[in-house]
Design a protein around this ligand. Sequence first.
Ligand code: ADP
Ligand code: MG
Length: 664
Amino acid sequence: MRDDQQSRQSQQKVDAHQRLKLRYMNELLHTQFGFSAFRPGQKELISHILDGRDVLGILPTGAGKSLCYELASRLLPGMTFVITPLISLMQDQVESLSRLGIPAAFVNSSQSVDESDRILSDTLTHHAYKILYVAPERLDNAQFVRFARHIPLRLLAIDEAHCVSQWGQDFRPAYLRIPDFVDQLPHRPVIAALTATATVNTRNDIIRQLHLHDPFVQVTTFDRPNLTWKIRQCSSKKERDEAIVDDVLAHRGQSGIIYCATRQRTQDLADALNDAGVKALAYHAGLDAKTRAERQDAFVSGRIPVIAATSAFGMGIDKPDVRWVIHANAPESLEEYYQEAGRAGRDGKPSECTLYWMENDFRTSRHFIAAAGRDNDELTPEDRLRVRQRMTNRLEALHAYCLTMHCLRNTIMAYFGEKKTERCGRCTNCTTTVPLVDVTVQAREICAGVDEAQERLPYGIGRAKLATILTGRMPEMADDSGPDYASWDSYGALSEMSVRDVKTVIDRLIAGDYVQITGRYATVHAGPRFHDVSQANFSLRIRQVPSDHGTSHVSRSRRLHSRTLFGMNSSVRAKNTTSGGRTVGAISADNEELFKHLRSVRYALAKKKNVPSFAIFTNATLRAMAAHQPTSTQEMAELPGVGPVKLAQYGDLFVKEIRSYRNK
Ligand code: ADP
Ligand code: MG
């Protein structure tokens, strides 16, 4: 009875304490920060920090992560350190806090030693500051550690915490030494890690590498309902640049950012826009600091509506009324894309994010990944492999975004671990119907090829080489001691297609996790869903792809009708069969024709029965039929790959086809 009463009383005390805490938080939000309400996630994060618990806040760009530690620090005794890699923004942050009446300062390498010494000694002698911004590298400095040991440090906020993740774009080695720094302090402060990068890998890396203690993890939705997602695949640089200029002209008078892959491209696009009458500036890391600051200011203040920039532009920049973000190239990951595109519409008003991409963007990135870490002697070969694998996975996720036919908003959400069922109704995929091509049979042939390559080659096979073999062309080889591809079952299995189209289907298979690119040589292997492909209910349809040649819209739309994609391209076929009059495998050009006929018979049958072609007869068996031309089932039974079951099922049909071919 007494126990009951006591526990009720202590519960009431806790409740009263919580109520008081929330009241103070709300009051400060209104009076000091001038905001009417907390944004999603802020209240929970601040509240746990005040309870003394470590937190990990994963909030999208613009969600208001800074407020979490700024407001918490006001309600905590002692000091708050904010670790951030963004030295150039420290000044702004300190100034805006000072305007709110919160004494703050920063120490970083842009200051003179005298200046930073003065800040540290002012802090020590008369508690001049409540919040101190620190670059992560500073935590290694013995003088700074001595200083920190004498400060009542209560909160250590780690902004852009994804920088601790070794596999991310923004890895900063100094972030790894944060736990060492904390260990040297007489009292462990509460640690608040904040980031906009939401993948599970990064999240786990942050918790582990920063030694967070049983953190409260707050992930707020990555859905940005005011953003409309668009994609457009282009077939040439010219087409792409023209489309981008048109797009910008259609948004005349609005602020926007164009993200480019190279410095040269930022200048080219800025020039093209100025020629078209839109004021635009280029921005990249190759410009001197003064020019960069001027251009950033011209854009943020609204004097110049458009900035064409590399990814050097934007982290931490707070311009609320960016109405559109265009990507003039596919970046290297969906994280990077979302982060950059997410700079549109921070004020909550409708804004557009458009990705203009070409297959070539991905080709370039794949080459880059293949060379990644080559010059870094500190990496072990295993590390290098892991780095490349991560980069590959991230790149292919973006590629899957480009290729998907699902709602783009939902695709992004799913990648960041959120499930949405209803479509957004506004993205490219929700608003346009694109002609689809059924590539179920082709996908199965490709998987058979992957399977065969895994069996025959110790390291597997590259994507381009596989496509070449499937179309019945010979991959170029350094010498002729390589494998005898012509004897493969898969050789020529898709001879009616172009190499490019085969690669497109391979990419779709990668995007769907049926196939994956792995290993030291970035080769194609079975993916987690590989075996689904041979299930009867498997089907794969893809969007029609513009051809690589030609640029004008007129010729393009005509091409869409007379398209060769996944159809019989007579010119390709002609080239194919006359490749130097060479005989393929052991059979003559004459038999080649029968072989092709038998293959089309098999193709039709496979389609009817909804099974992979190779499940009927392999190419090797069809070649043997073409060479020996059996006219009875008994003769056919002699051939390799014709067992009693297959003979009973398909023998008659194929014998009949061979007979009528011979009679012709
Ligand atoms: P990020 O999460 O990208 O670090 P910031 O902390 O820079 O975002 O905040 C983005 C903008 O949102 C800032 O202008 C900030 O003042 C504003 N903001 C933060 N919290 C609120 C709030 N509760 N209500 C209104 N505006 C807010
Ligand atoms: Mg921020």
